[in-house]
Design a protein around this ligand. Structure first.
Ligand code: PEP
Ligand code: MN
Length: 341
């Protein structure tokens, strides 16, 4: 961390700051310039509150050199983390996973039919929301526990691991018992109590990027989960809010190489929520694979016109199948494979 002090800072202020940093176990190197005095702090500065230092009227500037995250930082963990989801390994050189399924679970027969179609198309996991974070309180809120049980039955029939969103910690036992990959949705990315709660469980977590979250904020949320004890985190980019309105969100594909450089965690892409339009899902998916994604999370519905949520961005099973076939070719071109069960 570099702290720039005004040249006219009194010696008593300089001594008090040095004393404060040394008490925190940091080494302070000082450069006396013509216009400023510069402190170079060496050591673990993660716990230093830079906003508090900035409050000092003699301080001109505070710059962090080291990233504020440690556990997810590739610098301290050079190898890719591999996350096991119901026996399927995600991340590293492992095959890319294609996760398909409806936005919302709509009933037992429906989810079983879609699960079979997803499997037949080459999908490796089944998604489906039972607790839905809807913008309107009047919109369908999900089938709740019944929906989770329907997913469990679809898993029994197809063998596909199930992915579903946990909205609040009071349902955590239900998810520990039944769900293979626990999704934390975009709207809860900074629900820190929920992050701490899933950090204490022994299940892999799919952490979506918040609607307007910076990459660093998203990484810090992954750090919360890991700091609470759960190393099994997969990141999921689902588009961010921008000024653009031809798409529901703006898909940020550059995050894939950035996440891989900064962290050791697997990253998957959700082109359905990112674009909001089924016609854009295939191109976005292929781009994501070319850019190094470890998986895709795609909304698939057998009758999108009648879907209870997000029909406009849902692929019909035959389109999903076609996408999986094209994905195999793109994966091959970048030295990867698509997971086949
Ligand atoms: C979802 O995947 O069902 C969902 C609600 O996504 P997001 O949290 O990315 O909006
Ligand atoms: Mn959806």
């Amino acid at each position: 961390m570099i702290i720039t002090l005004r040249k006219d800072a009194p010696q008593s202020e300089i001594d008090s700051l040095i004393n404060q940093f040394e008490k925190e176990g940091l080494q302070v190197n000082i450069i006396h310039g013509d216009n400023f005095n510069v402190f170079g702090l060496v050591g673990d500065t993660a716990k230093i509150d830079d906003r508090r230092i900035k409050a000092n009227p003699w301080v001109e500037n505070v710059n962090r050199i080291a990233a504020p995250y440690k556990l997810v930082n590739r610098m301290f963990h050079p190898n890719d983390s591999i996350v096991d989801v119901g026996g399927i390994k995600v991340g590293g050189d492992n095959p890319i996973v294609m996760i398909g399924g409806p936005c919302s679970v709509e009933g037992k027969e429906e989810i079983i039919n879609i699960a079979k179609a997803v499997k037949e198309a080459g999908g490796s996991m089944l998604r489906g929301g039972a607790y839905k974070p809807r913008t309107s309180p009047y919109a369908f809120q999900g089938l709740g526990y019944e929906g989770i049980m329907d997913l469990v039955e679809a898993r029994e029939i197809t063998g596909l691991p199930i992915v579903s969103e946990l909205m609040s910690a009071d349902k955590i036992d239900e998810f520990i018992e039944h769900v293979d990959l626990v999704q934390i949705g975009a709207r809860n990315m900074q629900n820190f109590d929920l992050l701490k709660a899933v950090g204490k469980i022994n299940k892999p977590i799919l952490l979506k990027r918040g609607l307007s979250a910076t990459i660093e904020e998203w990484i810090m949320s992954a750090e919360y989960i890991m700091a609470s004890g759960n190393p099994n985190v997969i990141l999921c980019e689902r588009g961010i809010r921008t000024f653009e309105n031809y798409t529901r969100n703006t898909l940020d594909l550059a995050v894939i190489p950035i996440i891989k450089e900064k962290t050791h965690l697997p990253i998957i892409i959700d082109p359905s929520h990112a674009t909001g339009d089924w016609k854009l899902v295939e191109a976005s998916s292929l781009g994501a694979i070319a850019a190094g994604a470890d998986g895709l999370l795609i909304e698939v519905h057998d009758n999108p016109e009648c879907a209870w949520s997000d029909g406009a961005q849902s692929l019909k099973p035959e389109k999903f199948k076609c996408l999986v076939e094209k994905a195999k070719k793109v994966a091959k071109a970048v030295g990867r494979e698509i997971y086949e069960s």
